[in-house]
Design a protein around this ligand. Sequence first.
Ligand SMILES: *Cc1c(COP(=O)(O)O)cnc(C)c1O
Length: 364
Amino acid sequence: MKDRVNAHLLRVQPYQPGKPASEVQREMGIAGVLKLASNENLLGPSPLAVNALRENSVKMNFYPDGGCYYLRRRIAEKFSVPPSNVAIGSGTDEIIRILCQIFLRPGTQAVMGHPSFVMYLISPLVAGADVVQVPLRDHTLDLDAMLDKVSDSTRIVFISNPNNPTGTIVTKAETESFLAKLPPDVLAVFDEAYFEYVNDPRSPDAMEYFRPDGNVAVLRTFSKVHGLAGLRVGYGFLPDAAADAFDRVRNPFNVNQAAQEAALAALGDLDHVRKSVEFNRRGKLALCRGLDRLGVGYIPTHANFILVNVRADSEEIFKKLLLRGIIVRPGRFLGYPTHVRVTIPSESDCPRFIDALEEALAER
Ligand SMILES: *Cc1c(COP(=O)(O)O)cnc(C)c1O
């Protein structure tokens, strides 16, 4: 069978997820594991979403609503776009995957920053296309350099804003100049998974550039500020042609019923969004103060995670933190071999993280 596997798939490295807390608990017998590896909402899920699942018992012997009728309409209303331009996926990851299936094939290419979100590499390769990775400048997406790499075979440009794993933003001015020069048949995908956390007026809201007949797609998710990562539901705004193709390509029941109901409730839970943003703001202040005290460098972040410069092999520090019950993401797989990526802990968990990091660094 081996030579029957599509050869282009052998270029794909499997996604390396953050280590689950339950695994560390099981393997190392450590209780109270602190998982800071996957940028999850450490305040918890939206309480309205939790209630919605408690009160509407999901009729799990029936298929879910394949068209996500209510959720799609609610999102369309909130963002003032036609429901037909709203795409809902089993996580934003699925929408990225489907966009690649729609626009890419062997001989075409996607352009992304490097380092940036690894799904922009995996999904085009799975579609048999090539990926051009454009180095960051000052840890920030370099939109001019990315534009320079757009060629006749480019179909998609991925812009993670803030950029995962660096937490840096592009500016409105950079974005507008980029869009003005981008060929109108190349899709610009703005992945705003951390949009709600950004508190900087220079950062664009890509929805301002979305038009049903345009070449901008905008992706958001319920996995981060809404705290529903485990349910797998993401959404996006796609221009007409992409939205039409999306419904042809996706699985008939790609978003499960529990996810739809929780997401519908979470979308209206502005209080939880506000609290989550405040939780992150306070955590970030405490964390950066602690890092400054240790003299440990980091990249200033606009999101709910931060790249910490441990000036050592990231996996060595990862393992030392693991022994102390703290899971971070080693930068080795993220293009930053001497950094670790850390979800911003709660203000009250910051001392535990800072002490563990201090010990791990001192042990070397
Ligand atoms: C977390 C994240 C997503 C969201 O992924 P889901 O599949 O919706 O959980 C999308 N893009 C980036 C850059 C992310 O970091």
